[in-house]
Design a protein around this ligand. Structure first.
Ligand code: DX5
Ligand code: ZN
Length: 215
């Protein structure tokens, strides 16, 4: 069970301090958005490189970009511990996931709320983490979509059938009032943005979320 706080809700002018404010995080979740795949623009490779120098917490890069096949390897090469590409954007997912792994990072594969998991069963051998979006990607602070819960269960069953090694991450609207349902459905890596950085005490928020998810 791991918590990956999303710096999307942090103060971008103080990213090094914001990373230091969550010493109990398993990962730092970094949302890369290009204003094409999603209607928002955040940050890219130079900021990720700077963040990698500023923290020893491993970086979990979530690429919400139109051309992940072109860009994902560069994030792995820069030293991100995990690089996640979207099913809806990747044109050559097998090649890209293999490149990510070949560069020493964990390969993640993300599905939007309306994208079913069953068509991707054949890809499970290529990935280290499946990310199920529990909001439409693009913005922090949105309401958790309950409709994704049955898909979390189906994904967990597929992962178990496949040997159980793949991590199952949920991202979007994960907070004290939703994390238990996600854990019960089978998620084991929890991204939380506003529920961590939107509070006065991010480290405390992480311990509270961890306790709820492990209960
Ligand atoms: C949304 C991003 C999320 C976002 C989550 O597209 O992928 O990582 O930061 O923010 P909250 O936890 O506030 O929904
Ligand atoms: Zn994200």
């Amino acid at each position: 069970m791991q918590i990956s706080p999303s710096i999307l809700s942090a103060d971008f002018a103080r990213l090094a301090d914001e990373a230091a404010a969550v010493p109990n995080a398993d990962w730092l979740h970094v949302d890369v958005m290009d204003n094409h795949f999603v209607p928002n623009l955040t940050l890219g490779l130079p900021i990720v490189e700077a963040l990698l120098k500023a923290t020893s917490t491993p970086i979990d890069c979530h690429l919400m970009i139109e051309d992940p096949d072109r860009w994902a390897p560069a994030y792995a090469e820069a030293g991100a511990g995990s690089v996640t590409i979207h099913a809806e954007a990747a044109k050559a997912p097998v090649r890209t996931l293999r490149q990510i792994r070949g560069l020493g990072a964990r390969a993640g594969f993300a599905l939007n709320p309306a994208t079913d998991v069953a068509p991707y069963e054949g890809l499970l051998g290529e990935i280290d983490m499946l990310l199920l979006m529990t909001v439409e990607p693009g913005f922090g602070g949105q309401r958790f979509l309950d409709m994704v819960l049955p898909k979390i269960r189906r994904a967990r069953a597929l992962i178990e059938r496949h040997g159980g090694e793949i991590w199952l991450q949920v991202d979007g609207g994960v907070a004290a009032d939703t994390i238990e349902r996600c854990a019960e459905a089978g998620a084991d890596v929890f991204v939380a943005g506003s529920a961590v950085y939107g509070t006065g005490d991010p480290a405390r928020a992480i311990s509270d979320l961890r306790a709820l998810a492990s209960a």
